[in-house]
Design a protein around this ligand. Structure first.
Ligand code: SF4
Length: 152
């Protein structure tokens, strides 16, 4: 793994190395949840249903390295995707940096503690159900509170 430059997160996203890009993720788990998209309107609703590889208790991927082998459509965030998708939470470090905003103050790169995303109420840990247990997605539509952005 290459060295992470000092305060690399303040650089433009396009300037980050692959390691720095990966390190930007706060691990909230929001992008590992299923969405319901309505074909006629294009409207997207959020659910509390997690990918089968996500540990619902910790909100961490149980096999991040090999996830594509098990979940071929797992979204690998790129700069273009970050700029294009509307559903990344307002707290997401990629979205914030793409919008020219600083990292939230609870982000582990600033605090040194990866559990701060949980303390800030942003992680989905303990608040989701695995797709293997969930049943129909339409029964699990939720509104995630993005107001934690105010804590940034
Ligand atoms: S929503 Fe953003 S910060 Fe949260 S897990 Fe996904 S990529 Fe990481």
């Amino acid at each position: 793994m290459g060295a992470l430059r000092e305060r690399f997160w303040e650089r433009p996203l396009a300037d980050l190395s692959a390691e720095e890009w990966e390190a930007l993720c706060d691990g909230c788990g929001r992008c590992c949840l299923h969405k319901v998209e309505y074909e006629d309107t294009g409207e997207i609703e959020h659910t509390n249903v997690a990918c089968k590889l996500l540990d619902p208790r910790s909100a961490q991927c149980t096999d991040y390295k090999h996830r594509k082998a098990f979940v071929p459509d797992c979204l690998r965030l790129t700069l273009k995707i970050v700029e294009d998708v509307s559903w990344l939470p307002a707290t997401c470090a990629y979205r914030r940096r793409a919008d020219g905003q600083p990292l939230p103050r609870w982000h582990y790169l600033l605090t040194g503690d990866r559990e701060d995303v949980v303390r800030a109420g942003v992680s989905v840990a303990g608040r989701v159900v695995s797709e293997t247990d969930a049943g129909p997605l339409e029964h699990h539509v939720v509104e995630w509170d993005d107001d934690e952005e105010d804590a940034a």
